[in-house]
Design a protein around this ligand. Structure first.
Ligand SMILES: [Zn+2]
Length: 312
């Protein structure tokens, strides 16, 4: 139980829960080609034949997130996590060239009272990846103000471990069949732009620290897939107020890096944001400061991870 960081705005924000999962409808006949030359909106490319329209590689944005239109048989997911909610944009081009677009926008409530994660069996939606393991490297760039490099590295690696072990304190046993292994530092860059867009499909998995669009942004995860191959890039906001000791009595308005990393690795494994009114879930769209609850998955999350990635 952790009341120390209870904010007076919690009760108000509880009334503002909004979760919207909206697969954009694919029309019965492919719509015409969009004529604009710049960035395209999700609505104008949903259901479009991107082969016929020559749109592969063009940028699509939905609010503060964006991605490039993938080639047939490939997909990309852009997930932004902020202090007050998040957005996920999925683009999947089928083998015939039709683009399927899914937009998930969620403004979440901050949790209040005692941790109710183990009583909540709500399962966030999941889009299981075909691949079952991922090795990643870390580019710390200029680091994060106030945290030692080693602390940042440990916290993000712990978040990856929390996913691969399905860490929970709800008694859900066994582990999901999804391995995440850390291979050390790198100077390679992520394919994540400063305006929170996923660039072209990479050939390796990289996590970095950098600029994200939006003052409230904490993390951003891009996932690309093609057949049974899968790549993830992840960024933690350099300008966010982070801590690796969220339960410290002196913590004020700082976000638990390991907890947010656990959430972002959840996105990499295909977990979507939890629906509204489930604020204790790790995959809740909003994250409470000065609390480490997001390091452990809720009962429903732990169950859905094991079902999505059964040990064969
Ligand atoms: Zn998120």
């Amino acid at each position: 139980m952790d009341h120390r960081c209870l904010m007076s705005a919690d009760v108000l924000s509880y009334a503002l829960v909004l979760a919207l999962l909206s697969p954009l409808p694919v029309p019965a006949t492919a719509p015409g080609c969009p004529t604009g030359r710049g960035t395209l909106s999700a609505a104008e490319v949903s259901g479009v034949n991107v082969l016929r329209c020559g749109l592969i590689g063009r940028a699509v944005t939905e609010g503060p997130v964006g991605a490039l239109i993938p080639a047939p048989g490939e997909g990309v997911s852009a997930a932004r996590t902020a202090t007050d909610g998040g957005e996920i944009l999925d683009l999947l081009t089928d083998p015939g060239g039709i683009l399927n677009v899914t937009v998930n926008t969620a403004a979440g409530a901050l949790p209040i009272g005692a941790d109710a994660g183990c009583r909540d069996r709500t399962e966030p939606a999941v889009r299981p990846r075909a691949a079952r393991s991922v090795s990643w490297r870390l580019n710390l760039g200029g680091g994060v103000r106030g945290l030692a490099e080693r602390s940042i590295e440990r916290a993000i690696a712990a978040g990856a471990r929390n996913l691969s072990t399905g860490r929970n304190d709800c008694g859900v046993r066994g582990k999901p069949g999804f391995e995440v292994g850390y291979d050390g530092r790198t100077s390679a860059s992520t394919h994540i732009s400063a305006d929170s867009g996923c660039g072209g499909r990479p050939g390796s998995n990289v996590v970095d620290v950098g600029t994200l669009r939006g003052e409230t942004s904490l993390g951003f995860t891009c996932t690309w897939w093609r057949g049974d191959r899968f790549w993830a890039h992840m960024r933690f906001a350099r300008d966010a107020r982070w801590t690796t000791n969220p339960n410290s009595l002196t913590c004020a308005g700082r976000y638990d890096l390991e907890g947010v990393a656990t959430h972002e690795w959840g996105h990499a494994a295909g977990l979507q944001h939890a629906p509204g009114r489930h604020p204790w879930l790790t995959m809740a769209p909003a994250i409470k400061p000065c609390s480490g609850y997001a390091r452990t998955f809720s009962a429903g999350e732990a169950a859905v991870l094991r079902r999505a990635y059964p040990i064969s």
